[in-house]
Design a binder for this molecule. Structure first.
Ligand code: ADE
Ligand code: ZN
Length: 337
């Protein structure tokens, strides 16, 4: 391992943007399908992996929703989450804030409780046996109605002890944040934290809406913010962190070349940025592969990488004492490099 790769591997970090259903590796998908006697429309693990060629977000989402159809039992959600936690821990991810898409499961007749219980049991075991800290964020599917989001929020409030916040994902264009103003207001009133995917494929206006109509604390992706100077200033002034996902952006053709990724330009203008994996089973890498890809393409220094990792902790939903403890570990690593 090269010096920079070793530095990235050893860097204590938090992951703030990962969809648990997007960590579903082909081998585990075949195993769980087999358990339920379901036949996947692919002859082998290699055939399935070879189908992961995407022209845009929607082409990915079609396979993503198809893949998760084999998740049925509580143990399936446990196994999915446990596999991710082991990989995260091996990459020195010390804290992770995981998204899940309950509407994609309840629409298939899987109970909300089955999903939350399976994921949560793995998170508890991860805390105890791997020492990995975690939180769970429920995402609303923006291509479904506001009324359906309301129903999902009601269910989340029945599991309030397990769910720290809400987010907004799925097909972006044509489904602006403002459509979910009321349900986000209700979530905030209930004390939930808030984030939203915005400016991944859709223009900067969607980022403004996420801030002004939804009141979110972080923006997931936010690539297109760079098109709008006033928005960049707003993000910098208010300290709104972006959870960026470089390999996802490349694979979904949000960017055509990693050297044109907006992360560095945003950081230089004072915006808080983090590096995350989004849907690592589909996009060819977990957090460290994302760090390495963007480091090489944008020639980021160790100090810049450490600053990004520091932001991953300070922009998390941990309490201040936990943030301070993680940042101290990070600073010790950066100082010894
Ligand atoms: N769901 C899973 N990954 C997503 C992404 N990158 N954008 C929107 N919705 C998603
Ligand atoms: Zn995402």
């Amino acid at each position: 391992m090269g010096d920079m790769a070793a530095f990235i591997q050893g860097l204590p970090k938090a992951e703030l943007h990962v969809h648990i259903e997007g960590t579903f590796e082909p081998a585990l998908m075949f195993e769980i399908a087999g358990r339920h006697g379901v036949t996947l429309p692919y002859a082998s693990v290699a055939d399935l992996a070879a189908a992961y060629e995407f022209g845009n977000l929607q082409e990915f989402l079609d396979l993503y929703y198809q893949g998760m159809n084999v998740l049925i039992a509580e143990q399936d959600f446990y196994d999915l989450t446990w596999a991710y936690l082991q990989r995260a821990r091996a990459q020195n991810v010390l804290h992770t804030e995981i998204f899940f898409d309950p509407q994609a499961h309840t629409a298939r007749g899987v109970a909300f409780t089955t999903v939350v219980d399976g994921i949560s049991r793995a998170l508890d075991d991860g805390r105890e046996t791997l020492g990995i800290s975690s939180r769970l964020i429920m995402c609303f599917l923006r291509d479904k109605s506001a009324a359906e989001a309301d129903a999902a929020l009601d269910q989340a409030l029945d599991h309030r002890d397990r769910i720290i916040g809400v987010g907004l994902d799925s097909a972006e264009i044509g489904h602006p944040p403002a459509k979910f103003r009321d349900v986000f207001a209700r979530a905030r009133a209930a004390g939930l934290r808030t984030v939203a995917h915005a400016g991944e494929e859709a223009p900067a206006d969607y980022v403004w809406q996420a801030l002004d109509d939804l009141g979110v604390e972080r923006i997931d992706h936010g690539n297109r913010a760079l098109d709008d100077d006033a928005l960049v200033e707003r993000l910098a002034r208010d300290g709104i962190a972006l959870t960026m996902c470089p390999l996802s952006n490349l694979r979904l053709r949000v960017i055509d070349d990693m050297r044109r990724h907006p992360l560095r330009a945003l950081m230089e203008r004072g915006v808080r940025v983090t590096i995350n994996s989004d849907d690592p089973a589909y996009f060819g890498g977990y957090v460290n592969e994302n760090f390495r890809a963007v480091q090489e393409a944008l020639s980021l220094s160790k100090a810049e990488l450490a600053a990004i990792a520091r932001t991953s902790f300070t922009a998390s939903f941990l309490d201040q004492a936990d943030k301070d403890a993680f940042v101290a570990r990070l600073d010790a690593h950066a100082a010894s490099a």
